[in-house]
Design a protein around this ligand. Sequence first.
Ligand SMILES: Cc1cc2nc3c(=O)[nH]c(=O)nc-3n(C[C@H](O)[C@H](O)[C@H](O)COP(=O)(O)OP(=O)(O)OC[C@H]3O[C@@H](n4cnc5c(N)ncnc54)[C@H](O)[C@@H]3O)c2cc1C
Length: 509
Amino acid sequence: MLANQLGRRGVRTLLVDRHSGPSLETRALGVQARTLEIYAHLGLVERALDLGKRATGANLWAQGRRTARVPLGDIGRDLSPYPFLLILGQDDNERLLGEALRSWGMTVQWNTELVGLEQEPDRVTARLRQPDGTVREVTTAWVGGCDGAQSAVRELNGVAFQGAPYEHVFFVADTQMTGPMVPDEINIYLWRDGFHLFFPMRGNDHWRLVGILPPALRRRDDLTLDDVIPSIRREAGAGLSFQRCTWFSTYRIHHRRAERFRGGRCFLLGDAAHIHSPVGAQGMNTGLQDAYNLGWKLALVVSGGAGPALLDSYEVERIPVARRLLSTTDRAFAVVVSDTRVAGLLRTRVLAKMMALAMRLGKVRELAFRTISQTGIHYRSSPLSETLPGLPDTAPRAGDRFPWLRLELSPNGPSEDLFRRLDDTRFTLIMIGQPAPPGGMPCLGDLLRTLEIPSVPANDRELARARVPRPAYYLLRPDGHIGLCGARLQAAAVTRYLTERLSLGIHTA
Ligand SMILES: Cc1cc2nc3c(=O)[nH]c(=O)nc-3n(C[C@H](O)[C@H](O)[C@H](O)COP(=O)(O)OP(=O)(O)OC[C@H]3O[C@@H](n4cnc5c(N)ncnc54)[C@H](O)[C@@H]3O)c2cc1C
């Protein structure tokens, strides 16, 4: 994702991986709405939707009986063009991103391992072990450490990875099986000592199973699915029939966060920066969005359009996201795995019904969608976010992802998906109830697109729904988050914002 974001902005990267080729394991499964919005800008969303399955509902089971169903099909209607969770394996996601990378003329250099780093004020020298075993030195301006939980970039920079392992051991299996599960939907089996999740996968009777190992099996390292089947049958019912298992793995989960996401000219992204329990399908998505946050900033700095100070905002914005993620997944994980009697009863008797009831409430549904889909992530406390006086408290504020709206963008024109009109390689100035400034904005030149929202009843209704007042203006960063907003646009305020907060102007880095 980072190389794609840089490539489409004309920045070349050298992308190395110590593995011999792309991973063939599905690993992460859930693609969140915010990731799909980013895929749309990359031209990948249609392929992803064709390959994946939309999660239409989650069925909760306890002691062999289905106790509740939570509808998920369009849980985020009016909040995102993709109001659902897409089930699509990490291997497919990596393949799509790899194909996009080739369209920018870049490929991954496999069998190439980072073994050393030396930083100087204006460059980094990386030592790479090549497929033939020799080590070559490469000098570069910046390094993106997207190298997973054992990150060499993190270790070579001496950045601590604080946290601990959970005591539970997970298993994951890709199987062909039949049983009482509701087809094409997520099935969650809650039991006294834990849970099993069944995700529908592409193909007939193809299910991904995730669960925690019974304590008696935790210390064995020669397990196969057959060892786990008796405990799955005990909790999920005897009617399960397993035909095939294409992948079985066990893994211990840690919850850890890098104390810094940056060491000089090196950045940490994805699992290199944060790991946590898989509850909520957040891991892969959070990593992709780390890259989306850093990509436009790095490209601006490399091209000389902005000063290096802009890059300080990467960890300022993403560390709080990781911190919140670790604490929410910790809490959710504690509920689903706690083996006290009370927790067991809560899980099997109360949780399912409570969830189904709560999700009938519009406000709860909206909050759940915003949180899980990652569309609710904001950078309100970032130094790049400035809300000027004059906007009501209920209006979208600087740092928020600008809301998804359907608007008539030309008088008497059709209703259009605003996100399709945003060019995420540029800034966008959205003008509401006032004309666009003649001649654009100094500092931005061709980096700015302006949208004037016509004052027609359909637009007024849509703006009111998202609590966008009139008059107002919103300057969106390339990643769709609001940088600056206010009531009446004053060119001087915008110029000050661009030069002082974004360090825009001509620089060398
Ligand atoms: C069994 C399993 C199941 C999972 N299930 C889920 C799930 O259901 N939902 C979810 O959200 N997440 C899940 N995850 C987590 C998810 O897979 C990760 O969050 C995601 O892979 C992180 O991506 P990444 O690119 O940051 O790191 P990785 O995918 O770990 O990629 C790091 C890459 O860096 C390369 N590398 C490492 N060191 C070097 C070096 N020194 N030089 C060169 N290359 C190097 C590696 O070869 C690797 O290709 C699961 C993980 C596992 C292992």
